[in-house]
Design a binder for this molecule. Structure first.
Ligand code: FPP
Length: 245
């Protein structure tokens, strides 16, 4: 039986989040510039979006650029930004054709104006799509997001719109950039690193983590299926005992 045939379509993770790591090391191993790794990473992004949509995943969130990535050499930051713009240009029609809605989360005020415009354009062009929601985390950091939510909550409390006694986890989550989606059920990280790196810190409290040594540019549909199969073989207890489930 193929990997795909082994997947139980009735038990898919509703939301998959991915930390796409290893582009630079993948390129270095072939004596190529890091940017070559990112370009190949963009092809892996395309395969992953296709594979997820074909399976019937409802939410796919990709960590495309972290808040900390601004500290990389200027040339690499510029290359990543221009790759983002050119990939949107190339793939926007495909997204629309496949009924995929595009969105971004992160501190977008830091993005160059041309990138922000392109991103807004893609969001608007796909806003009537009803299939998978593809979210790119761009200039995103979990601590930034949580701090930002706290600021907004404090403002609302000061305005009298919110009573501090009434704040629950559920209300808190409505102040996060992910308010429109369920928490990820499966989080994949490539390249053998075993960290969350400031990605979806609040949202991943009960997420199943899947780590693979595969470098992001080598990630493909089969690797996605392996991650989903691993998820389907786990028992999610949310703090309860096996007998209680
Ligand atoms: C990690 O590799 C990847 C990134 C910093 C960004 C992810 C970007 C892409 C997959 C390219 C295109 C994306 C889109 C959405 C078009 P790394 O540079 O940290 O690798 P390293 O850890 O081996 O140095």
């Amino acid at each position: 039986m193929s990997l795909l045939e082994r997947i139980d379509i009735s038990k898919l993770p509703v939301h998959i989040a991915i930390i796409m790591d290893g582009n630079g090391r993948w390129a270095k191993k072939q004596n190529k510039p890091r940017v070559f790794g990112h370009q190949s990473g963009a092809s892996a992004v395309k395969r992953t979006i296709e594979g997820s949509a074909e399976l019937g995943i409802k939410y796919l969130t990709l960590y495309a650029f972290s808040a900390e990535n601004w500290n990389r050499p200027k040339t690499e930051v510029e290359a990543l930004m221009s790759l983002l713009v050119s990939t949107i240009d190339k793939e926007l029609n495909n997204l629309i054709k496949n009924n995929i809605r595009f969105d971004v989360i992160g501190n977008l005020s830091l993005l160059p104006a041309s990138v922000k415009r392109k991103v807004d354009f893609a969001i608007e062009k796909t806003n009537r799509c009803t299939g998978m929601l593809l979210t790119l985390a761009l200039s995103y950091g979990g601590r930034w997001e949580i701090t930002n939510a706290v600021k907004k909550i404090a403002e609302d409390a000061a305005k009298g719109l919110l009573n501090p006694q009434d704040i629950t986890g559920k209300i808190f989550a409505t102040y996060l950039t992910t308010a429109n989606m369920p928490d990820p059920e499966l989080l994949i990280r490539t390249s053998g690193e075993l960290r969350l790196s400031n990605f979806l810190l609040w949202q991943s409290a009960y997420t199943e983590l899947y780590f693979t040594d595969v470098m992001w540019p080598d990630f493909n549909k089969e690797e996605l299926y392996k991650a989903v199969l691993s998820f389907q073989n786990r028992e999610r207890r949310f703090g309860k005992t096996t007998e209680q489930l």
